[in-house]
Design a protein around this ligand. Structure first.
Ligand SMILES: Nc1ncnc2c1ncn2[C@@H]1O[C@H](COP(=O)(O)OP(=O)(O)O)[C@@H](O)[C@H]1O
Ligand SMILES: Cc1cn([C@H]2C[C@H](O)[C@@H](COP(=O)(O)OP(=O)(O)O)O2)c(=O)[nH]c1=O
Length: 799
């Protein structure tokens, strides 16, 4: 609502920086169409404090932040002063409420009337001059309100002028905001945008409103104490607040004019001439069209509107709601305050909590959080629950606002940014006032009346019903926004969130077109994997499939050397540490997938592998008791997220399997020599993995005769291949949107190259279920096979 309230986003050009800044801080223009790293914040190795310092080191930004902070403080003082002023002119609760409402209406009216043109003006003129002229006008107008009161022209005229001046100030603010929003991203490298937004939002919504409320209260008390009664007209705290507000605007104008010349300029002369030829209306329509035809921007704008609507409904119903909890007026202020508290918590702590989570996903999740909290409010039976709900509504809305505006700025080109932000600005105000007024009207009409549901003896107050509907609608909006702009399709959101909180976000599978099929055999020692691998390969070749038989570890030259390291029986100080063992298996796997498995799949071959990722989860995770999610993350990183189409798990009692290995002869390797307990843990880990994803697994009792097993495997695999043929041509795995890329400093570019390898996580599970459902056909639709080619690479079994 206030002048300094909006964050900014999206730096496109290099930025002016402090003289003592190192060259690594300079922004680099990156080529288009290179992949976006999982987080656009670029603050991978940065602590929050370092990031804050690096943002504040940018001199123009630092100046602007300081002066905007002061201006925001002044604006809050002004807002409080005008509303107190207005309600002090009348008596009676209803009239006071009306007067307060009228102030809000006067503040919001310009948005409805002028919003459409504001952004166009911001894009049309030099942004620095626009900001300076707007602030000079606001300086004069703010000062005119208390000055008019000194003129002794009568209460009516004073109130009338206050209303007109407020209207004008708001109208000017509407032009000032888009100018600032559109200009300031050019001051900050995109990688630091989020921190910059955070800082501004916290200053505007967290620090300054509280400071303003406290200041006005302290001022009031001290003046009363000093003058020993009601203060003289000129020293009235509300009047002083307005003078102060006026002066902060003068300060902003001066600082922007003399101290932040970098804001000047727009998107080039040629464009400005072209644009001048377009009509104002035309440009506004263009702004809307841009939003309408850009799905991501549309999703962001709708999501931000949704978050504000939710907040509006909570504010609009709060009064009646506290009544339904049989709580008093104080409870209303408590709820109101809780939303603001939540807002600053969400904005301040949110990024630290979700860390490297994709901002697009975070946006959707935040909206769902805010809406689910509205539902929680609807169901609150105690004030404490309602307060928690309100804090969470605020936190969700704050995080959606922060991630939404940061993303928005990054997605929108410089030349339309002003218009789009104006639409957002106008829209949020409209949505907020509509949500507040419609919901308060609705619950006002419904009152605390109870709706009886079909004589079932259940009654629901209309307030709660409204909150319920708003919450449900919000959740749907959030899910829709999430789907529309998900940049990690296929990565489970909760594991991703959990992984991100713990500093290990998950990545989508590497996009790659596979026309083949990937079958993996897993199981304990002596389960009969090698036997069944050869049997399946023979069967498939008889059906004229190209088959590549392979194994882990040791399918490649490098793999053979790694195999020697992991399976050699070394003891004492040379014994392999569990983490080293896990890394070696992962290294073997990375090379194996890159050089054998992926090329074969891309050719259309059926790849049959003796062991894969699950072996690491079972042996290094459950067996060596390394944290399973970490081992899983490591493997998914190594494989770029490549998952098998089918895992055949040959389940065997470890003693039976080891006896078979003994009978086969030869020296037991390091792992075969482990205890029975170890092998038991491995066995149950395999079964758990199968239980967690039954569609992908065929679990067989490996004590059955080899022929039976071979028949069961062949039947399943043949069916799977037939299904794939029937469903037609392949689609490449859904690649992430790589159309935009943040501008990064050289240091960040170096850090970012580390992030390029992406992997999906095959989530390990702790569910211990022995009974594994008979799986359905594996669900990898849309695959095509190059049938007919026989032969393929057969890798030797180990000697
Ligand atoms: N279903 C089965 N029943 C009995 N013995 C089997 C069966 N499958 C394989 N074997 C034998 O068990 C031993 C281990 O089999 P192998 O296929 O090498 O297992 P893995 O590769 O799982 O270690 C071999 O001697 C093999 O002949
Ligand atoms: C692939 C893989 C294997 N292993 C172990 C399991 C086996 O004991 C050993 C390699 O097995 P291998 O000698 O091929 O035996 P098997 O005939 O039982 O398949 O490596 C792991 O511990 N982690 C892994 O990721």
């Amino acid at each position: 609502m206030l002048g300094g309230a909006q964050p900014w986003a999206g730096a496109r050009r290099g930025t002016a920086i402090d003289d003592n800044d190192s060259s690594a801080e300079r922004t680099a223009q990156s080529p288009p169409n290179t992949p976006t790293p999982p987080s656009a914040t670029g603050s991978v190795d940065r602590t929050g404090f370092q990031a804050l310092r690096s943002v504040l080191r940018i001199r123009p930004f630092r100046r602007l932040w300081l002066v905007l902070g002061a201006a925001s403080f002044g604006d809050w003082l002004g807002l409080l002063a005008t509303s107190i002023f207005a309600s002090s002119q009348v008596t009676g609760d209803t009239a006071k409420g009306l007067a307060f409402g009228a102030v809000i209406a006067v503040r919001l009216l310009p948005a409805m009337l002028l919003g459409p043109v504001a952004g166009v003006l911001a894009d049309r003129f030099d942004r620095r001059l626009t900001m300076v002229i707007c602030d000079l006008l606001r300086f004069v107008l703010f000062a005119s309100i208390p000055l008019a009161a000194l003129l002794d022209v009568g209460g009516g005229l004073v109130v009338g002028w206050a209303a007109i001046a407020t209207f004008l100030i708001e109208a000017i603010t509407l032009i000032w905001i888009p100018a600032k929003e559109a200009a300031v991203p050019n001051l900050i490298p995109r990688s630091r945008l989020e921190m910059a937004n955070q800082l501004t939002l916290i200053t505007t919504y967290g620090l300054t409103p509280v400071l303003a409320a406290v200041s006005i209260a302290v001022l009031d008390r001290s003046i009363r104490a000093a003058s020993g009664g009601p203060p003289p007209g000129w020293a009235d705290p509300t009047q002083l607040a307005l003078y102060f507000n006026s002066l902060t605007r003068l300060a902003t104008a001066l600082v922007v004019f003399f101290g932040i010349r970098e804001i000047s300029g727009r998107s080039g002369r040629r464009e400005s001439i072209q644009k001048a030829e377009q009509s104002v209306l035309r440009q506004f329509v263009d702004g809307w069209r841009f939003i309408g035809k850009t799905p991501l921007v549309r999703g962001l704008v709708l999501g931000i509107f949704g978050a504000f609507a939710g907040g509006g409904v909570v504010i609009g119903t709060a009064n009646f709601f506290t009544k339904s909890l049989a709580a008093g007026d104080a409870a209303f202020y408590l709820l109101f305050g809780s939303i603001f508290l939540g807002l600053s918590l969400g904005i301040g702590l949110g990024p630290m909590i979700v860390r490297e989570m994709s901002r697009r996903r975070w946006f959707g999740v935040s909206i769902v959080l805010a809406s689910a909290s509205v539902l929680m409010l609807a169901g609150s039976i105690h004030l404490s629950m309602a307060i928690l709900g309100a804090v969470l509504v605020g936190a969700g809305a704050g995080m959606a606002f922060l991630s939404g505006t940061t993303l928005l700025g990054g997605e929108i080109a410089d030349e339309v940014r002003g218009r789009v932000f104006a639409v957002v600005q106008t829209g949020t105000r409209l949505v907020l006032i509509l949500a507040i007024s419609v919901s308060s009207l609705l619950v006002g009409v419904g009152g605390s009346r109870q709706l009886r549901i079909a004589d079932l003896g259940i009654s629901v107050s209309s307030t709660r019903l409204l909150l319920l509907v708003a919450g449900a609608a919000g959740i749907l909006t959030g899910i829709k926004a999430f789907r529309q702009m998900d940049d990690k399709p296929g990565v489970p959101v909760l594991s991703d969130l959990w992984g991100s909180i713990r500093g290990r976000p998950l990545f989508p599978a590497e996009p790659f077109a596979s026309t083949g099929a990937f079958v993996v055999f897993e199981g304990g020692e002596g389960a009969g994997k090698s036997t069944q691998v050869s049997r399946l390969a023979e069967a498939l070749r008889r059906q004229h499939h190209e088959v590549v038989v392979t194994r882990e570890p040791g399918a490649t030259g490098i793999g053979e050397q790694i195999r020697g390291l992991v399976l050699g029986r070394t003891t004492g100080p040379d014994a392999l540490a569990p983490r080293a063992e896990a890394l070696l298996y992962a290294a073997d796997r990375a090379h194996h997938v890159a050089t054998v498995v992926r090329p074969a799949l891309a050719r259309g071959a059926v790849v049959v592998s003796d062991r894969y990722v699950d072996s690491s989860l079972a042996y290094q995770g459950a067996g060596r008791t390394l944290p399973v999610e970490e081992v899983s993350w490591l493997s998914s990183w190594a494989t770029g997220g490549l998952k098998p189409d089918l895992v055949v798990l040959l389940d065997i009692e470890p003693r039976t399997g080891l006896a078979r290995v003994d009978a086969r002869g030869g020296d037991p390797d390091r792992l075969e020599g482990e205890s029975i307990d170890f092998h038991d843990r491995v066995r149950y880990a395999f079964l758990d993995l199968a239980a967690a994803d039954p569609k992908r697994y065929l679990v067989l009792d490996a004590s059955r005769p080899a022929d039976d097993l071979a028949a069961a495997v062949a039947e399943r695999v043949t069916g799977m291949l037939a299904d794939q043929d029937a469903t037609g041509h392949p689609e490449p795995a859904n690649p992430p949107d790589v159309s935009t890329r943040p501008v990064l400093s050289e240091a960040e570019l170096r850090a970012e190259t580390k992030l390029h390898t992406r992997a999906d996580l095959s989530v390990a599970t702790e569910v211990a279920t022995e009974a594994v459902a008979e799986p359905e056909r594996p669900g990898r639709a849309g695959q095509e096979r190059a049938g007919g080619a026989a032969g393929g690479v057969e890798l030797e079994r180990r000697p």
